[in-house]
Design a protein around this ligand. Structure first.
Ligand SMILES: [Zn+2]
Length: 418
């Protein structure tokens, strides 16, 4: 079997089984439910398509939990991404997230309920997956929830990213929220800035890649795949990266190869970085057994609107195992879809025969024709309407409509709670 996305598999392997019948429970406990200060309508159409809210520095306590921090979502917002950053040895997720109407989108007790902080599945209708060092979380990633305007409150959670025991840790971290705004009359973004990052693996640099039949065929498949969701790769750039490992032999711990690879995107123009490496020497590190790893995404989703970080990209292997069909284009599309926020439509069946699936109503169970099926194969690589809707929420699709300089020079401060 050919295992995709080792990190996703690790997370899924640690998670309990899942049922897709999930109801968001409105948490009525406590008197700290924030009333909904509706944003005046006049604000809705002002501002750009993207808003960056810097939440600043946070710290977790010995239980791994940070102070509560609040941020305002206006009525033009259709989605947002929460991003957390810490040292590489610290894995990051969300301890709790409360909507303006009191709905607990991420229930405060979920880590204790699920038994593992790597993935919130059943208690979270809007799934979240932890990552070491740099983690991002897209809301909504399911039609089961919508982003409501008003004051949202969040607590971060930090735990040890190394070893078998994901114990909570006290750690400094930073947080920000990137808000997608689609006021009436504004066209949602559909251009995905795509950086093909050439490490020189297998003798392919940026110049050669532009006329390389195999690379071009793969990009053709990626283009056709995302066209199903109305997305275009634009701009598509071929970029040489220096000092990047061509073989990824480690994916955990300080300075691991994957971290080095993704960090080699520092200084590149803004885009989703797709690194072509020779191979991954990490077979067996993922939850799916002995198959070769074909691709790894920096996160589900990956960081947005930035390059040069430890998770800013996806990596895809060029080497072909003996007898293995060439799935380069399929794997590239699958990993980029993870990076934009899609989970596997179906995971591999567990030893006891149970299986689990994504949080989207219109993806079929155990459908090998879906792009996000856990195993690469000869299926059709289909994207469902619900999956296309998740992709459309990602801030990367608005990157060409924004002025980055303005955003970075003019951050919006948010209140930090006690
Ligand atoms: Zn995958």
């Amino acid at each position: 079997m050919l295992a995709l996305c080792a990190l996703a598999a690790v997370a899924a392997g640690l998670a309990p089984g899942c049922t897709d019948q999930v109801t968001l429970d409105a948490d009525s406990v406590g008197g700290d439910t924030v009333s909904n200060p509706d944003t005046p309508g006049g604000d809705s159409d002002s501002g750009g398509p993207l808003q960056v809210i810097e939440l600043g520095a946070l710290a977790t306590d010995a239980q791994g939990i940070s102070a509560e921090v609040a941020f305002e979502i206006d009525s033009a917002a259709s989605a947002f991404v929460i991003e957390l950053n810490a040292d590489e040895g610290v894995a990051l997720t969300i301890a709790s997230l409360r909507a303006p109407d009191g709905l607990t989108v991420v229930p405060p007790a979920w880590i204790g309920l699920s038994g593992s902080p790597w993935l919130c599945e059943t208690p979270c209708a809007n799934r979240i997956a932890a990552r070491p060092g740099q983690a991002a979380f897209l809301f909504p990633n399911t039609p089961l929830m919508t982003v409501r305007p008003g004051t949202w409150t969040m607590r971060a959670y930090a735990f040890s990213a190394t070893g078998a025991d994901p114990a909570p840790v006290a750690a400094p971290l930073s947080a920000r929220v990137v808000v997608v705004r689609t006021p009436q009359g504004r066209t949602p973004g559909n251009a995905l800035p795509f950086n093909l990052c050439l490490t020189g693996a297998m003798g392919i640099n940026a110049e050669i890649a532009q006329a390389h039949p195999r690379v071009q065929a793969a990009l053709g498949e990626v283009t056709a795949t995302f066209a199903q969701a109305g997305l275009v790769l634009a701009p598509l750039r071929y970029l040489d990266v220096v000092d990047a490992p061509q073989v990824v032999a480690s994916i955990q711990g300080d300075g691991n190869d994957l971290h080095q690879l993704f960090s080699a995107s520092e200084g590149l123009p803004l885009g989703v970085n797709v690194f072509l490496v020779e191979r991954f020497d990490v077979a067996g590190a993922e939850g799916h057994g002995a198959g070769p790893v074909l691709g790894i995404a920096g996160g589900i989703p990956g960081p947005v609107l930035q390059t040069g970080g430890p998770r800013t990209g996806v990596a895809v292997a060029l080497a072909l195992e003996l007898g293995q069909p060439d799935r380069l284009g399929r794997v590239m599309a699958h990993e980029v879809a993870h990076y934009l926020g899609l989970f596997h439509s179906s995971e591999a069946a567990a030893v006891d025969g149970s299986s689990h699936h994504d949080n989207l109503p219109d993806t079929s169970d155990d459908d090998p024709d879906n792009l996000m099926y856990w195993k690469v194969g000869s299926g059709a690589g289909q994207i469902s309407a619900d999956q296309a809707a998740v992709l459309a929420h990602n801030p990367w699709l608005l990157a060409d409509q924004m002025e980055m300089e303005k955003l970075s020079a003019d951050p919006i401060e948010a209140d930090s709670g006690p």
